[in-house]
Design a protein around this ligand. Structure first.
Ligand code: ATR
Length: 261
């Protein structure tokens, strides 16, 4: 039996575990996908054991950067400075490709506002750069983290940092609003009113569950891409890397899971 897993801390039953196991069953692939919890202080000592004994791995918060020195990162993962997928000792970043592919059929209108400067934001900025975007507005609660991202991507894309306090006025002048923070994960809202969003043509919310932000988008007929769609597209890239991708069966597993079967 093949073994796949997600390196994480702290434990949270992942969407990956649910959907991939459903997929293996439907596709008759003799494999299992597990959530693997590593205590951060033990990470450097334990990681090689997992790389050696698993056929493929995913990596999530807080290990996406820490894992780089234990694998051979491909060029994109190196440029983003984050690895979220491992196969044969190589480190890949499928987040950027997932974001990129999730937008292929949509029209991305500028100006673009990205909120958040954590791990997910790095992959998103790289994807926007790959789409040919030359400039974006970046807002983050902690300005230093936004500044760090601006420097990392300086040669690729022009990042204008704006203050979190001015979020309302920046949204008013934006066409695309990307939430790459965890705001909404536990039902929290942005401290804004519905009318603040109505100039937007696209809201991209990376949070998996239904958030107040996604509700606003739906109620006001603003196109919305959510975290599940983002997850789906990065998941496809993982399966391709692990060489176990059967498109129709995966779509079926994803959909049946979404319906709660
Ligand atoms: P990920 O890898 O998913 O991006 P992360 O690296 O922990 O996760 O980043 C979380 C992002 O959500 C950060 O931009 C964080 O802002 P700070 O850099 O200021 O910490 C943002 N975030 C989380 N909770 C927030 C909140 N209540 N208000 C504003 N920003 C928040």
């Amino acid at each position: 039996m093949e073994k796949f897993g997600l390196l994480e801390y702290p434990y949270k039953e992942s969407l990956s575990k649910k959907v991939f196991n459903e997929y293996f069953k439907k596709a008759n692939i003799d494999a299992v996908y597990e959530d693997i919890v590593i205590v951060p202080d033990n990470f450097d000592g334990e990681i090689n054991k997992y790389i050696e004994s698993y056929d493929g791995l995913n990596v999530t918060v807080p290990f996406k950067e820490k894992v780089i020195k234990h694998v051979e990162p491909v060029e994109e993962a190196q440029e983003i400075n984050a690895v979220n997928c491992i196969f044969n000792n190589k480190g890949y970043n499928t987040d950027w490709k997932g974001f990129y592919n999730s937008l292929k059929t949509s029209v991305l209108q500028e100006p673009i506002l990205l909120v958040g400067a954590g791990g997910a934001s790095k992959s998103i900025i790289y994807a926007l750069y790959k789409m040919g975007i030359k400039k974006l507005f970046l807002v983050n609660r902690t300005v230093e983290k936004a500044e760090k991202l601006r420097k990392i991507f300086m040669s690729k894309i022009d990042i204008k940092i704006e203050s979190f306090d001015h979020l309302r006025s920046i949204i008013h002048s934006s066409k695309t609003f990307i939430n790459a923070t965890s705001i909404g994960m536990f039902g929290e809202s942005f401290n804004l009113e519905v009318k603040d969003f109505t100039n937007l043509s696209l809201i991209y919310d990376i949070v998996y569950n239904n958030t107040p932000l996604q509700k606003i988008a739906k109620e006001n007929n603003i196109k919305c891409i959510d975290g599940r769609t983002f997850w789906y597209h990065q998941a496809v890239e993982n399966l391709k890397i692990w060489d176990i991708y059967k498109p129709e069966t995966f779509d079926e597993a994803f959909k049946s899971f979404s319906r709660g079967e």
